[in-house]
Structures are given as structure tokens and as C-alpha cells.
Design a protein around this ligand. Structure first.
Ligand SMILES: [Zn+2]
Length: 121
């Protein structure tokens, strides 16, 4: 059975729920009040952002410790998404959707889908 993540973490800034005032849930992803406020400011700006490229890390400016600090936070985000995926596959199985269709939806074989998800249901 799918389980809820141990602790919610904003999928955008990686802050944990106890570090922000509110967390809003989406399907496997979460956004905090601070990121929503930032998005509102960006959307309200007169000019569009200079690029549509994501703000990728400037690798050369990060220390090894800063890179390592990110890893467990990103793993928690992965777990949040995995929990949502387990939940949705579980719902598909409750609806008697065959493993072949679930596999096709996930671009994997029927066997791979069964091996990955059957233990969660
Ligand atoms: Zn955030």
C-alpha cells in the first residue's frame, strides 16, 4: 500500500514543511507559501523573465558540502513523487486496469510495471 511521505518538502525550494508557513499539495509535488509568493511576483512583473531556461545550479560556485547537502532533500522529493505514483497505480489496479495498460502508460513493459508496483497494492 502506498504511504504518505514522512515529511512534506517543497518541490521547488526543497524547504521542509516546518521551515515554511504552509505547504500546498499537488499530485506528488508540493509548493510552499514562499514559492507561491515568488511566483506571484514573477507573474505580476511587467517584463517576462529574460529566458525560459530553468535556473540551473552554477556548479562551479557550489562546494562539495553544498552539493551533498542537496542530495537527501532531493531524495525526499523523489520519495514524494514515488508515493503519488504508487497511489495512482493502486487506483488503476482497483479499477481492474490491466498491468499491460499501466506499463504502456509508464513506457515500460507489463512485467516491469508488475514488478515495480504489485508489492505496493
Ligand atoms: Zn518552496
Amino acid at each position: 500500500m502506498a504511504t504518505e511521505p514522512r515529511r512534506l518538502r517543497c518541490s521547488f525550494c526543497l524547504k521542509a514543511e516546518e521551515e515554511v508557513a504552509r505547504i500546498i499539495a499537488g499530485p506528488g509535488s508540493y509548493v510552499c507559501d514562499e514559492c507561491v509568493a515568488l511566483c506571484v511576483r514573477i507573474l505580476a512583473a511587467d517584463s517576462p523573465p529574460p529566458t525560459n531556461e530553468p535556473d540551473l545550479p552554477r556548479w562551479a560556485s557550489l562546494t562539495d558540502e553544498q552539493v551533498l547537502e542537496r542530495l537527501p532533500k532531493l531524495a525526499e522529493i523523489r520519495d514524494q513523487v514515488e508515493s503519488a505514483l504508487d497511489l495512482w497505480v493502486g487506483e488503476a489496479r482497483r479499477r481492474k486496469v490491466p498491468w499491460s495498460r499501466i506499463g504502456a502508460a509508464l513506457a515500460m513493459t507489463r512485467q516491469s510495471a508488475w514488478e515495480r508496483f504489485s508489492h505496493d497494492i
